[in-house]
Ligand binder design. Structure first.
Ligand code: ADP
Length: 252
């Protein structure tokens, strides 16, 4: 029988390959753990409102509530918990969409017009002052219009949820990037929490955020979209004073 001789160099190569392979497996394992955690968190988030809906529907079905006014209250709770599940599933779909690669539809667009369109939508629904600050009427970027709109909507949504005063929005054209800042004067975020808020489902104050209809997915979606554009998203915040989210889109 033929003897296989492994030379020294080949041995070294094999050892290197083994190290690389182990490292790759480690990364895959970590990814798998993250996915498992994500599915478990998502299920939990949906299970809570479903449990409430089911037990309240049970009460109605067994005609345990005689008083009509009380029955209407119960129906309201069922409705708002169902809305919560609806919002959560919509956000989950958006999140999945931003995790697919190469789904961007780049085009040249004016950020000023885009922002103004979003503000008009908001002004129809919310009675809040949004002050818009910009130097020129036209600041062009190359980006996915719907996705950038989505990010601005998420940031304004948060500013409205977590503050009561006016909101300032700034757009500035820089040499290598376009910078959009959304600033509110609300509850702010404690410094030690800032690194967490981009995590999926993370909410600083779960109870409060539940009341305002928060899902803990908005900033994860915004971060994914900015990453897809090779851009950045940063949060500067002072607890009790307010929050500023800074987006920067590179010139392409
Ligand atoms: P949510 O849907 O709960 O707002 P996000 O992912 O958008 O989820 O935000 C994560 C958490 O970060 C929020 O639950 C809130 O605690 C905090 N947060 C986000 N934006 C602001 C803001 N403008 N002011 C204060 N806290 C904020």
């Amino acid at each position: 029988p033929k003897k296989i001789i492994i030379q020294h160099e080949t041995k070294d190569e094999l050892q290197k390959m083994a190290v690389t392979f182990n490292r790759m497996m480690g990364r895959l394992d970590a990814n798998l753990d993250k996915q498992k955690q994500f599915i478990s968190d998502a299920s939990h988030e949906i299970k809570t409102p479903l449990t409430i809906i089911k037990s309240y529907a049970d009460l109605l079905r067994r005609r345990r509530i005689q008083n009509e006014e009380k029955a209407l209250d119960v129906i309201d709770v069922i409705h708002s918990e169902a809305t919560r599940i609806q919002k959560m599933t919509e956000r989950l779909l958006e999140l999945a969409d931003t995790e697919l690669e190469n789904t961007l539809e780049y085009k040249s667009l004016n950020v000023i017009t885009l922002c103004q369109n979003v503000f008009n939508q908001f002004k129809e629904v919310y009675d809040r002052e949004i002050d818009f600050h910009y130097q020129e009427d036209s600041i062009m970027v190359i980006a996915d219009e719907l996705k950038i709109k989505q990010v601005i909507i998420i940031l304004l949504d948060n500013a409205i949820k977590y503050s009561t005063d006016k909101i300032d929005v700034y757009v500035k054209d820089q040499l290598d990037s376009t910078v959009i800042r959304v600033k509110d004067y609300g509850i702010g975020i404690p410094e030690n929490e800032i690194e967490n808020i981009f995590e999926r489902f993370y909410r600083v104050d779960k109870a409060r955020s539940r009341e305002t209809g928060g899902t803990g997915l908005g900033l994860s979606i915004a971060k994914n979209i900015m990453n897809q554009h090779n851009g950045e998203i940063k949060v500067v915040s002072t607890d009790g004073k307010g929050t500023e989210v800074v987006l920067s889109l590179p010139k392409r």
